[in-house]
Design a binder for this molecule. Structure first.
Ligand code: ZN
Length: 432
């Protein structure tokens, strides 16, 4: 669109159009949609000379490599091109309320190794991030890599994050984290760019980038200790003006002022239907003796968790089934409102409580269909999320990859062949 040239830009700097072209060619090879020069030409409409020049640049930068001759094409055989997914590593971590998962991925978001650690997010950013860093150091060594191989760091936090600054924004369950400079700390430590987002957004992104799913308007609902939603608009994350779009767990759904949420307000959805709510109500059933199954669990362990309630429900405990059905109805009612408002093509349910069993899912589904407009549910799919506990790490890796290969950042590191050693890339304006 912008026809005027930037006078301050040196002649060597590739134009936005050229960068877009590089990114598009790489993307086609990365995703396996085209793996020869003729196929790239066919997909992009670029002529043979342009394709040859541009793939040569990408080969020289170490982003592509030549493969074997492609035997399937008729006529003159074309040599295949491969994306060098092992040219670098991405460090990833998904932090939850009571623990985190850390992992190392390649440049296609494939998790090479991962580890779960117990860690209370409420301890504050210094001790928690120290623990995350030492775990990432271990994992990096485990895959035989060094900090010089790290192309970027992606982190998911269990609260709202202002995406541009990578700072937590008044997160309800993370005392001490408000406005903490997460990026400054990690980018200084690893000497590489860092991006941070809400963990539910990353779970949503991980599913979006996994082949085989419709790329359209999607809602990802995480039902764990708390409840949150990730929103995709035509395959792109919708983060909202302040980065807290989809924070449905703290929407008021009950007038019962005795139910106090961990955010301090009353009547929040997650305070009546999340995993912590199941645990609280389950413990009451156990203590009163109304549920013998939960009473037995309480006697054995001294406490009741959401997982105990779902296990008791699966084993046929009537009271636990009732708790899950009630939670499913509450969540379904909220989702029906979202369906009417947003008209998604697919809703994915993730998080530990979503794995509670078919009855829970069926209750949510039934409530959504009953309370939504018929037109909005005619083609609606409601399914379990497909990625397991690695989902947040896959999403974190793709957050980093999307940014690195974006037009805004790609040109900054393309001449060097790697973003390693460019910790302040995200703060540059693209011409500095
Ligand atoms: Zn709340």
């Amino acid at each position: 669109m912008a026809a005027t040239a930037h006078k301050g830009v040196s002649v060597e700097e590739p134009s936005t159009e050229l960068l877009e072209s590089y990114a598009r060619l790489l993307d086609l090879v990365r995703t396996g949609e085209a793996d020869t020069r003729p196929a790239l030409s066919h997909r992009t409409g670029l002529g043979r000379t342009a394709i040859t020049q541009r793939t040569t640049t990408l080969l020289d930068a170490g982003l592509l490599e030549e493969g074997e001759l492609n035997p399937s094409t008729g006529g003159r055989q074309a040599r295949t091109l491969r994306f060098r997914k092992d040219a670098g590593r991405i460090l990833t971590a998904e932090l939850g309320a009571t623990g985190f998962i850390a992992g190392v991925t390649d440049l296609t978001g494939t998790v090479l190794t991962m580890r779960h650690c117990d860690c209370d997010i409420a301890l504050g950013p210094e001790p928690v991030l120290s623990e995350v860093e030492s775990t990432l150091d271990d994992l990096l060594a485990e895959v035989g890599a060094t900090p010089a191989d790290v192309w970027g760091v992606g982190l998911g936090l269990p609260g709202p994050v202002e995406f541009a600054t990578a700072r937590p924004s008044e997160p309800p369950i993370m005392p001490g984290w408000n406005n903490y400079p997460v990026r400054d700390r990690l980018s200084a430590r690893y000497n590489t760019p860092v991006w941070v987002d809400n963990e539910v957004n990353l779970l949503c992104l991980g599913e979006l980038r996994t082949p085989g799913l419709a790329k359209g308007d999607l809602l990802y609902i995480k039902i764990g200790t708390g409840i949150g939603a990730g929103i995709s608009n035509a395959g792109r994350l919708h983060r909202g003006a302040q980065g807290c779009a989809g924070d449905i767990g703290h929407a008021a759904v009950s007038d019962d002022s005795t139910v106090v949420c961990r955010c301090g307000k009353t009547g929040c959805l997650e305070a009546v239907a999340g995993g912590a709510a199941l645990a609280r109500d389950g413990e009451e059933l156990a203590r009163s003796g109304r549920s013998p199954a939960l009473a037995a669990a309480l006697a054995e362990k001294g406490t009741i968790t959401g997982a105990d309630v779902t296990a008791a429900a699966r084993a046929g405990d009537h009271h636990s089934v009732q708790l899950l059905v009630e939670a499913g109805r509450r969540i379904g009612a909220m989702l029906a409102t979202m369906v009417n408002f947003y008209n998604p093509s697919i809703i994915l349910l993730g998080g530990k409580v979503s794995g509670a069993g078919d009855l829970f899912l069926a209750t949510i589904r039934e409530t959504i269909y009953r309370r939504s407009l018929p037109l909005s549910t005619r083609e609606l799919r409601i399914e379990r999320a497909r990625l397991g506990e690695e989902g947040g790490l896959v999403g974190a890796a793709y957050m980093v990859l999307d940014e690195l290969f974006s037009v805004r950042h790609f040109g900054q590191w393309l001449p060097a062949g790697s973003p390693t050693g460019m910790p302040h890339m995200h703060t540059a304006n693209g011409h500095g």
